[in-house]
Ligand binder design. Structure first.
Ligand code: ITT
Length: 197
């Protein structure tokens, strides 16, 4: 069993990553379980750059294979906002009830496909010998007119997924993982890890 650390302070990301990378022969532990604290400044201009910044920081401290995720909600009508600033949008400590309501308000009067949006996730892997890999996945939807659902986290209540006919927060974790941005990026990373461990 190879030990790998998932470099995130977001426990929802760890839960999803553990579910998706199960059975790979990797013991995936969270930063918290590894007793490591790291919160590097996310100075990149893309999801992939920021995922690499987070993974490199913890790989350096731990000396272990390290994975990280950088993700967010991209809304076309808002020129891609909040995008890489999704966690920082309206301030880190503002509740997602408030953030979600604010985004719905920004799209008032906008109808149909003009409300198009997607979740994007980049996963980075940094090996102790310095090899680096990134993958990316998206989940397409439209911004709902009201927040719905209790599952998931963050912006899940406002991304309406047409093929399921409901918001992401109304999906079970299995259904979300099967089609999600993070699910796609992690499954692609799973193949890379299998070839490179
Ligand atoms: P780390 O940097 O410690 O990993 P974080 O939550 O700050 O944790 P990001 O900087 O990558 O992570 O911000 C991602 C934000 O995008 C996250 O806090 C959510 O608001 C949103 N997001 C990402 N994936 C999501 C998902 O699957 N469902 C709902 N919202 C999501």
């Amino acid at each position: 069993m190879v030990k790998a650390i998932f470099a995130t302070g977001n426990k929802n990301k760890v839960k999803e990553a553990k579910e998706i990378l199960e059975g790979l022969g990797i013991e995936l532990i969270s930063m918290k379980e590894a007793g490591i604290e790291s919160d590097p400044e996310e100075t990149g201009s893309t999801f992939a750059e920021n995922a690499l910044i987070k993974a490199r920081a913890v790989a350096k401290i731990s000396g272990c294979l390290t994975l990280a995720d950088d993700s967010g909600l991209v809304i076309d009508y808002l020129d891609g906002a909040p995008g890489i600033y999704s966690a920082r949008f309206m301030g880190h400590d503002t509740s997602y009830d408030i953030k979600n309501k604010a985004l719905i308000e920004k799209l008032e009067g906008i109808e149909g496909d003009e409300r198009s949006a997607r979740f994007v996730a980049a996963i980075a892997a940094v090996f102790p010998d310095g090899r680096e890999f990134t993958t990316e996945g998206t989940m397409e939807g439209i911004i709902a007119k009201e927040a719905q659902g209790e599952n998931g986290f963050g912006y899940d209540p406002i991304l309406y997924i047409k093929e399921y006919g409901c918001c992401s927060a109304q999906l079970s974790s299995e259904a979300k993982n099967a089609i999600s941005h993070r699910g796609k990026a992690l499954r692609e990373m799973r193949e890379i890890l299998l070839e490179n461990i």
